[in-house]
Design a protein around this ligand. Structure first.
Ligand code: ADP
Ligand code: ZN
Length: 529
């Protein structure tokens, strides 16, 4: 005998109050909940911390049957189930971490109509046996969390998500709600069609997080800059520091710890139990800083993260927005701080060139990176750029570095020409390519062993650039790479010209650059005083 879990509340407002203890809905929650509770499909684009969970949890309580929630965040399922259980919602999960006994207990509860919410890992749901099992019970709705994972265009594609398109055919009468905090139009369109949600109502929230101050600084000595930033602006605060490699995560955590901060490393190479302990310390203790690769933070609900710092360039604006969105969920002032430099651009372009994917994949990654670089190099309000990327128009925010200390732009055409012509000469006349360091030495007329060895003091561009400092030249090179007027290649990031370089050399294209401070930044203002 199949039993459906009975509906437990008459209205959404009642469930909100009695179960979750909140007086009012936030943003579009009520409209979304009513739509799904009435049996309609919904696509929900809401920023991190916006309150997506209630949008499927409450309809699961209002409808007969069990709400089946697809989530890739296996590590968090236990926490989510515990949180729901604590407020009297009957919840459970099915994923690969369970033993057979635990699994069959959950299955029995589902079939006897004793579950309000069931979390299922996507790889479970793509298996035929799981689908048959679900068919034997009664389903209130399907919630597809982190729905951008179905998008191959997006930054977090998971093949298991593709199988979710089948839900529509197999359960045509069960309402489906897809939720994500990634909001580019391309991703939105793709997830709608892949999940067969053409008939859904779309709920797109305001993506602005006005309490987050966005700052992007030139990277000089990243660890020291990071330490300065934390100790001067966020002493004793909880924060997340993102780095690209495991080695850098460990080094940075050690460095911060050696300066008396409670910093813990977190990456996929560490033992699962250690990772769990780190996560729980971050959630429960005050002022813990986690230094992590991107493996950390998805789905973690800690309201008082006061800063998110990146010491390496994120690969996409989506990723950056999602990671920085983990700061300040409580609405209080918080900082998103990113240090970025020439080496980041060189390294990421190389990673794309070396990546195993096909040409289309590499092109996609390049577009993602270019958008991220444009955000870094912009001379206008960062927020205008960021929200614009998500299709949301806005005005100058007054709470980002470019608003607080407007960067000057300067005419970099002549330095760009000096640099590019040096590269062209070496390439054409001598068939030689070099990295940034040596080119700067030539332009600044610095007699190094390598200059002597190659006779580069006889080049016509020798020493014609001593009006700029070494770090200014590196800034020029970085910005030229960002604008694709120069291209780093190979293991050593040797620089070559691009099709667009010729236009600059012929004087047909002016090069406007962002002026940067010649020394590491000072905070534009104390963020809390
Ligand atoms: P998301 O999944 O969109 O990142 P969550 O669903 O985790 O966000 O919600 C973020 C936080 O906001 C949680 O602590 C949640 O309890 C809280 N929250 C959600 N809805 C409301 C509401 N209507 N009133 C007060 N707090 C809410
Ligand atoms: Zn701004």
């Amino acid at each position: 005998v199949v039993r459906a879990t009975p509906a437990r509340f008459a209205s959404a407002a009642e469930a909100l109050r009695t179960v979750f203890g909140y007086e009012e809905f936030r943003g579009q929650q009520q409209a979304i909940i009513e739509r799904v509770a009435a049996g309609g499909d919904a696509v929900v684009l809401m920023p991190t911390g916006g309150g997506k969970s209630l949008c499927y949890q409450i309809p699961s309580l209002l409808r007969e049957g069990t709400g089946v929630v697809v989530s890739p965040l296996i590590a968090l399922m236990q926490d989510q189930v515990d949180a729901l259980t604590a407020v009297g919602v009957r919840a459970a999960f099915l994923n690969s971490t369970q033993d057979a006994a635990a699994r069959s207990a959950v299955e029995r509860a589902y079939l006897s109509g004793e579950l309000d919410v069931l979390y299922v890992a996507p790889e479970r749901l793509s298996s035929e046996s799981t689908k048959r099992f679900l068919e034997r019970g009664s389903i209130a709705l399907f919630a597809i969390d982190e729905a951008h994972c179905v998008s191959q265009w997006g930054h977090d594609f998971r093949p298991d998500y593709l199988a979710l398109s089948e839900l529509a055919e197999r359960w045509p009468d069960v309402p489906r709600i897809a939720l994500t905090a990634t909001a580019t139009e391309a991703t939105h369109r793709e997830l709608t069609s892949r999940l067969k949600l053409e008939g859904a109502e779309h709920f797109v929230s305001d993506f602005d997080r006005p309490n987050i101050q966005y700052r992007i600084v030139p990277k000089v000595e990243p660890r020291k800059q990071l330490l300065d930033f934390i100790t001067s602006e966020h002493p004793g605060d909880a924060g997340i520091v993102y780095a690209l490699s495991r080695a850098s995560v460990e080094k940075t955590a050690e460095f911060l710890s050696s300066h008396g901060l409670a910093a813990l490393p977190y990456h996929a190479g560490l033992d699962a139990s250690l990772r769990a302990r780190t996560q729980s310390r971050f959630l429960r203790e005050e002022g813990v800083i986690v230094v992590a690769t991107i493996a950390f933070g998805m789905g973690i609900d800690k309201p008082d993260v006061r800063f998110v710092a990146h010491i390496d360039l994120p690969k996409s604006v989506e990723g950056y927005y999602q990671e920085t969105g983990r700061a300040g969920r409580d609405g209080l002032p918080s900082t998103a701080w990113l240090a970025y430099g020439l080496q980041d651009v060189v390294q990421q372009r190389r990673m794309i060139d070396d990546s195993p994917g096909d040409l289309a994949h590499r092109r996609r990654m390049t577009q993602h990176l270019d958008a991220m670089l444009a955000l870094c190099e912009t001379v206008q309000c960062r927020r205008i750029d960021l929200l614009g990327y998500f299709g949301q128009p806005s005005g100058p925010c007054g709470n980002c570095d470019t608003c607080l200390t407007p960067p000057e732009s300067w005419d970099g055409t002549v330095p760009a020409q000096k640099l590019l012509s040096t590269v062209v000469r070496l390439q054409r006349e001598r068939n030689q390519r070099f990295g940034a360091g040596h080119l700067v030495d030539i332009l600044r007329g610095k007699r190094t062993a390598r200059v002597e060895q190659y006779g580069h003091d006889r080049l016509s561009t020798w020493a014609i650039g001593d009006d700029l400092s070494e770090s200014q030249w590196r800034g020029v090179i970085r910005q030229l790479i960002a604008k694709e007027l120069l291209k780093p290649e190979g293991e050593y990031g040797v620089l070559t010209i691009t099709p667009a370089s010729a236009e600059v050399l012929s004087g047909g294209r002016p090069v406007v650059l962002r002026r940067e401070p010649d020394r590491p930044e000072r905070a534009p203002r104390a963020s809390r005083s």
